[in-house]
Write a protein that binds this ligand. Structure first.
Ligand SMILES: [Zn+2]
Ligand SMILES: [Zn+2]
Length: 122
């Protein structure tokens, strides 16, 4: 059986503390210089980033504009990029009263039913 250790990280953006449970020998291999993707092949990139930088999952979702694997359902379907700033827009995450709002530049968009592409609301 693998020995697990809990690593506590504090987010540099929002101060939220996150605790991650990892296999102790993997953690020590990483600390000794093994590249993180080889030390933790089963961790999603979000959790590797959390280990490296401490940035919490919700701040990463905001920064990268995409959901962590466990939140994909909650965010819904990827619809396309914000027409103004290029940030990804998701069917549930960005939905506001039948329109879609970018959480970076705050413009609202609507979905063109014919082309399936996003258009800025005018
Ligand atoms: Zn955070
Ligand atoms: Zn935008």
């Amino acid at each position: 059986m693998s020995v697990m250790i809990n690593i506590e990280k504090e987010c540099p953006f929002c101060d939220k503390k996150s605790t991650l449970s990892v296999v102790a020998s993997d953690y020590h291999a990483w600390q000794r210089g093994l590249q993180i993707q080889y030390a933790f092949p089963d961790l999603s990139p979000f959790y590797r980033e959390l280990l490296q930088s401490g940035i919490c999952i919700s701040c990463q979702e905001y920064i990268f504009g995409k959901p962590a694997p466990e939140n994909e359902e909650e965010w819904g379907e990827y619809l396309g990029e914000c027409v103004n700033c290029g940030k990804p827009i998701y069917s549930k995450h960005n939905a506001v009263e039948g329109l879609y709002q970018c959480d970076s530049c705050y413009i609202t968009m609507l979905m063109d039913e014919h082309t399936g592409s996003l258009l800025e609301e005018v």
